[in-house]
Design a protein around this ligand. Sequence first.
Ligand SMILES: CCCCCCCCCCCC(=O)SCCNC(=O)CCNC(=O)[C@H](O)C(C)(C)COP(=O)(O)OP(=O)(O)OC[C@H]1O[C@@H](n2cnc3c(N)ncnc32)[C@H](O)[C@@H]1OP(=O)(O)O
Length: 203
Amino acid sequence: MTDRTHLGDVPPDWLAASTSLAQATRELVEAVALSDADATVLDEARSEVAALTERLRATARPHALRPGPADLAALRAADAGSIVVRPTNPGAVPLEISVRADTAEATWTAGPVHEGPPGSLHGGTSASLLDSVLGTLVQVRGTPAVTGTLTVRYRRRVPLGVPLTVSAALGERDGRRLPVTGRIEAGGEVCVEAEALFVAVER
Ligand SMILES: CCCCCCCCCCCC(=O)SCCNC(=O)CCNC(=O)[C@H](O)C(C)(C)COP(=O)(O)OP(=O)(O)OC[C@H]1O[C@@H](n2cnc3c(N)ncnc32)[C@H](O)[C@@H]1OP(=O)(O)O
């Protein structure tokens, strides 16, 4: 076990292996959610998964790795660049977020694990995606901050299985208040709009 908590703290080959395991685990989650196998097969799978869980738990960290000050510094200094959030956390949506001036953008394709209404994305996942992209833009272009308010308007259903564009634009800072707007688009159509107010914090 180590106390390293930031993505930039770990060796590149370890990060690649962990990212790859996290992606394979997301695929396992989808396979479990969709499996129509016999109960006997499900029980065998449970035993195999439980054994693997035990093996990995023996070296658990207290927190999943996240971007840290060193990861942000280079991006802050540049006009444009990208940052990957949650690549090693299979319980989260991994995003590569491109930041240019006071805007940010990420692309992601939703699968059946994130279904809400039939064939469409769960509204909570839409809000979470927006919070991540808007929040990352604030951290890169502003300051450490948390979401004070996030207002989401669902204009049309967000389809599964097609690339979604999640974008954000930073407004004018007013004291500790940092307004940000965002949207989720599919096939050039706006599906979800968001307005958020982030509040600057010490850390
Ligand atoms: C890339 C790297 C990483 C990438 C990482 C990926 C990024 C993910 C980002 C995810 C972000 C999250 O989900 S964060 C998690 C969800 N959010 C939270 O848990 C926040 C919980 N709430 C709090 O901690 C607190 O309530 C605060 C910090 C928001 C405010 O408390 P405070 O510090 O005491 O400040 P306070 O004096 O009350 O308010 C300061 C000013 O902001 C205003 N204000 C405060 N709250 C609100 C509000 N909800 N809506 C409107 N305005 C508000 C006040 O009127 C005041 O204005 P004035 O009087 O000065 O004019």
